[in-house]
Write a protein of this length. Structure first.
Length: 298
């Protein structure tokens, strides 16, 4: 049995890994919006995930695929939910809304994850953690109601926002399925197998339905695709599954809210989108809840 002090250190490192993953995911919408200036959604996702799969490939080569036959149905379910369904729906939403709004819609994920973890994984949360989840979700709602001002032709739309929210159900399914798998296998192996297999399925679908993507892209778009694939997907997913293997999934949900907070900031600072006082207040609540969750492990 691990020493209590060592157990606390492991849990703290897990929270830090989850925070880093949430922050890297927060850059995904910004880089995605840049890539969408020259690519369609399916082709952008194909490039992003193919590059991400290249990042995961060394793990499979070095450690091998050690998944037992009876676990492959769960692996395939995680592949479908976490790759084609999640990414295609989410970025179809991004194409119809702003980076700030798309990022902030992700703020509804923790409550979905908390409820799903309680229902399907039978996890229990103490009062303090429930309060942090509520605080985090309240922060996300404050940002959601902060309607940006500016050119309405390039502003958020209801269909775009709803598509991003709909994609979160696939994201919650992916988290819980991977949580089940990392209880049996190394998180890095499961992450690599799920993402590579899911990318193969997505690439076949895109080639059959949309044809081959253009290769004549600007350096700016290639850099955005590389950042999406290697930083916001490969490294973020490895950090997330390493962390979620060591803490309850519902607790991990607080760190998902770092994605909308950072995404909103990048939308304002880089793309010139507007965020009012309610957005700032909501972001503060989100970050405060994440910090407080980390301190509970110390």
């Amino acid at each position: 049995m691990p020493h209590p002090l060592e157990a606390d250190r492991v849990k703290t490192r897990a929270y830090l890994a989850l925070a880093a993953a949430g922050s890297l995911w927060g850059t995904g919408f910004l880089f995605g919006k840049i890539a969408l200036t020259e690519l369609t959604v399916p082709h952008m996702i194909m490039y992003r995930l193919t590059l991400a799969a290249c990042g995961f490939l060394p793990i499979v080569v070095m450690r091998g695929v050690q998944v037992r036959a009876r676990d492959w149905p769960v692996v395939f379910a995680a592949c479908i939910a976490g790759v084609p369904v999640l990414f295609l729906i989410q970025f179809e939403g991004l194409a119809r809304t702003t980076v700030s709004h798309a990022a902030l819609m992700v703020g509804t994920a923790p409550i979905l994850l908390g409820v799903a973890a309680a229902v399907f994984a039978h996890e229990r949360l103490d009062v303090r953690r429930w309060l942090l989840l509520v605080t985090s979700t309240l922060g996300a709602l404050l940002i959601v109601f902060d309607t940006p001002r500016g050119d309405s032709a390039h502003g958020p739309t209801m269909i775009g926002d709803l598509l991003v929210v709909a994609s979160l159900f696939a994201g919650v399914s992916w988290i819980l399925l991977c949580k089940h798998l990392v209880a049996k296998y190394a998180p890095s192996v499961i992450t690599a197998v799920v993402m590579i297999t899911g990318t193969i399925l997505l690439d076949v679908w895109v080639l059959l339905t949309s044809g081959a993507p253009s290769t004549h892209l600007s350096a700016r778009v290639w850099c955005a695709l590389a950042a999406q694939g290697l930083l916001a997907t490969t490294i973020a997913s490895l950090l997330w599954n390493w962390g979620v293997a060591r803490v309850p999934a519902a607790e991990a949900g607080v760190f998902v809210n770092l994605e909308p907070a950072l995404g909103a900031v990048l939308g304002v600072l880089v793309l010139g989108e507007t965020l009012g006082w309610t957005g700032v207040a909501g972001g503060s609540l989100i970050i405060s809840a994440a910090v407080a969750m980390t301190k509970l492990a110390m």
